[in-house]
Write a protein that binds this ligand. Structure first.
Ligand code: BGC
Length: 756
């Protein structure tokens, strides 16, 4: 199967196309998704569309625990899988013109155009329905408000270009929705209530019961329109307001639909309709005012977060697209939420939280959000510490094991090679505590909640290692490293490295802050941990000068990826799993991930040798891979490779590199393009509490510029061919390094680039 490219127009601020390609509908639906952290949806058409597509609306934190069903049950398997569930379709506006249903898969139309304006946060669409004597131009606009989280607004404008038209519009709230991967057509919603009035029509639904004692969510969706409906209909899990218009040539009608979505996560069922009415009054119903306020808030976000690239529109579009979709998924307003790998754009992965958050998302939120946002991400894990103890206990282990996939802290991934074996995830949770503390200089979390988490994770590692008498060292057997194209390996270098680092970091901080910490760590336990650190086994190959991915990696049939034919890629979609597991091909950064996290532990030469050995075998079939490689490539001076990796991460979804964007966007790896620019091209490092840059400029680019928050300061950095410009926009003077030379940034600083 050839990769299906998305073929959208290149523009610095817009994603658009004037072609409706039926074979790419799912892909374009993913790419034109909208969200506001509270709810979101794929870029579905408002009107009925009969050809292949995937209708999906999702509400943050609203999920269903689906029974894990496998015949070959093994002790330790999770009882349920946390499913992201498709929720009420509230954008629906079915349209009929002179009794012909408007369905772009079936009727004659022209001048199709769809546009996602990322600067304003607006999705719009137009087309002309051509019925021979009658031609009607339809224009839609919609947004999910980022200032009023429960609010979504949709407008439909119809203009008769020729003939006379009887236009009938059915505006719906429809909870007869299914998940794409439902077992036996299972649906997840049951009806609770329907209330219809001229002002506000509401549908209240509840998730079906579950046998696991997990909360059932109640959701009330209400709609109001700027015009009076001719008819109101109620059906099971469904209500509609219906409108009829008779228009002559040149006449126009505009229907505005305002939707409020309230869930039992915030408001109890009995108060939901009352709350919807209250919000309607407070928010008002003027579309253009609501839209202006929403767009203004996007402009403010861009002021801080934008990365401006000159000389490469594709690169520019890529980073803005990623930032847009990432912030549409999570902007840190609700500490109970996290960043799901598909956000509001698909159902594929289930769960809301992966190690992706700590490993890939946190650094971006550290630099682009208020310190409370990354702190909330840490607290989220602290609040789930009891569940992490439960997860470890379920595997017969001490301490805490954070889940690979979860909604509520309980592991819900049901593949043994991941649930039981991909334990490196536990290290990322600890690494995030280090990252936060080191970046912000704020030790308050570390000394209180953080140390508890660190001790709990360390206890897990201390129990999970075993001592090899033969080798006189501690080992970790039976794991899956970050490279999921191998399972059940022994001594995955990355896992061993992060495990011993966690033990060391915990000990260091316990000893440093012992007097201020409320929990105590027995001396014997400390000694045991030190012994593990001192005698941890790391597979290395002296001759090649590399860290070995795991004990037997070098015995594999080692080949580089250029032997693979184009039609074998992505391998995950063409090779049997057995063949993949035996091969040397690597899904994502593994040893290289360790070199990135612990960049200050290794020399440039070590980084270069390992990068050059592993990258040619790495397929980057996890979206998380390219960014880490971009950063390392830039550091070792491979600027072209870094750019290739940047493009792969920045345009992963826009160009559908892994042929899976139709299932949803790769939200958690969207931080990758930002990481690739800031930590890659600009070489921003914060190790040892020192901010440093060593910027490079890809040949194709004329310049790039971005802002970062750093320790109560706001910095602006611009890199051009000639110079690196640093500006302190806000805050007290700061000592930093540029190209390894110390400067004090008080206002402006200009340093000649290495490129010039
Ligand atoms: C990757 C994991 C990642 C998950 C969710 C998988 O394909 O291998 O590392 O956590 O996707 O993004």
């Amino acid at each position: 199967m050839e990769t299906t490219r998305a073929t959208l127009d290149v523009h610095p601020w817009k994603i658009s196309t004037s072609t409706l390609d039926k074979t790419k509908r799912r892909l374009h639906e993913s790419i034109t998704s909208l969200g506001n952290g509270y709810m979101g949806m794929r870029g579905n058409f408002e009107e009925y569309y009969s050809a292949d597509h995937h209708g999906g609306t999702y509400l943050a934190g609203v999920w269903y625990p689906d029974k894990t069903r496998v015949g070959w049950w093994k002790n330790g398997y999770p009882d349920y899988f946390g499913k992201v569930i498709n929720a009420v379709n509230f954008i629906a506006l079915d349209i009929f013109v002179n009794d012909t249903r408007v369905d772009l898969a079936n009727c004659n139309y022209k001048d199709f155009y769809v546009e996602l304006n990322m600067y304003d946060g607006i999705l719009s669409r137009q087309f002309v329905v051509d019925l021979g004597n009658t031609q009607v131009k339809f224009s839609f606009e919609r947004f999910i408000s980022i200032t009023k989280k429960e609010l979504a607004c949709i407008t439909l404008q119809a203009e008769v270009l020729q003939g006379t038209a009887e236009i009938y519009v059915v505006s719906k709230l429809d909870s007869n929705v299914q998940n794409e991967d439902s077992n036996y057509g299972e649906t997840f919603w049951q009806e609770r209530n329907k209330e219809v009035s001229e002002k506000l029509s509401s549908l209240t639904t509840q998730t079906i019961e579950n046998p696991f004692g997990i909360e059932q969510f109640v959701v009330t969706t209400s709609m109001t329109h700027n015009l009076k409906p001719k008819k109101i209909k109620k059906e099971p899990l469904f209500i509609s307001n219906e409108f009829e218009f008779f228009l002559e040539t040149g006449q126009t009608v505009r229907l505005e639909k305002e939707v409020l979505v309230i869930t039992s996560r915030n408001v109890p069922e009995e108060k939901q309709i009352e709350q919807a009415q209250k919000l309607l009054q407070t928010y008002g119903t003027d579309f253009s005012t609501l839209k202006a306020e929403h767009s203004e808030a996007w402009h403010k976000r861009w002021e801080l977060a934008d990365v401006a690239i000159t000389g490469d529109d594709k690169a520019q579009q890529g980073i803005r697209f990623n930032l847009f979709q990432l912030f549409s998924t999570y902007y840190g307003e609700d500490e109970r939420l996290n960043i799901g790998p598909k956000g509001f754009t698909g159902e594929k992965y289930g769960g809301a939280t992966y190690w992706d958050t700590e490993a890939f998302a946190l650094p971006l939120y550290l630099a682009l959000a208020e310190p409370s946002v990354p702190k909330n991400l840490l607290k989220y894990r602290y609040n789930q510490l009891p569940q992490a103890y439960y997860n470890a206990d379920k595997q017969g282990l001490k301490g805490a094991l954070y889940p690979m996939v979860t909604f509520n802290g309980i592991e819900c991934h049901n593949e043994w090679e991941i649930t039981f074996e991909e334990i490196h995830r536990n290290g990322a949770i600890a690494y995030a505590i280090y990252n936060y503390t080191n970046y912000t200089g704020d030790t308050s979390y570390l000394k209180k909640e953080g140390i508890e988490v660190l001790i709990a994770i360390s206890r897990f590692w201390a129990d999970r290692v075993h001592y090899s008498k033969r080798n006189k060292s501690y080992m970790i057997h039976g794991v899956t490293g970050p490279n999921e194209y191998e399972n059940n390996v022994n001594n995955n270098w990355y896992t061993n490295k992060i495990a011993s680092w966690v033990l060391q970091y915990t000990l260091d901080n316990y000893q440093k802050y012992e007097k201020e910490i409320t929990i105590s760590l027995p001396k014997m336990e400390q000694e045991k941990w030190q012994d593990i650190i001192d005698h941890m086994y790391f597979p290395v190959d002296e001759q090649l000068g590399i860290f070995v991915q795991h004990d037997t990696f070098l015995d594999k049939d080692l080949k580089t990826k250029d032997v693979l034919a184009k039609n074998e890629l992505p391998l995950s979609q063409h090779w049997s799993w057995d063949r993949i597991l035996r091969s040397c091909f690597i899904k994502q950064a593994d040893v290289v991930q360790g070199l990135y996290f612990f960049g200050n532990h290794f020399s440039l030469e070590e980084k270069r040798r390992n990068f050059n050995f592993y990258e040619p075998m790495t397929l980057h079939e996890s979206s998380l891979s390219a960014s880490v490689h971009a950063i390392l490539a830039a550091e070792i001076g491979e600027i072209d490779k870094a750019l290739e990796m940047y493009e792969r991460t920045a345009r992963l979804d826009l160009d559908n590199y892994n042929n899976d964007t139709q299932d949803g966007l790769h939200i958690t790896s969207m931080t990758g393009s930002w990481l690739a620019i800031v930590q890659g091209f600009a070489q921003m490092k914060t190790f040892d509490e020192t901010l440093s840059f060593a910027p490079l400029l890809p040949k194709k680019w004329q310049s790039y510029a971005f802002h970062i928050n750093y320790r109560h300061r706001l910095l602006f950095i611009k890199v051009s061919n000639e110079e690196v410009e640093l500006h302190l926009n806000h805050g007290t003077p700061l000592t930093l390094e540029v190209y390894h030379k110390k400067y004090t940034l008080t206002d402006d600083l200009f340093v000649q680039t290495k490129n010039s």
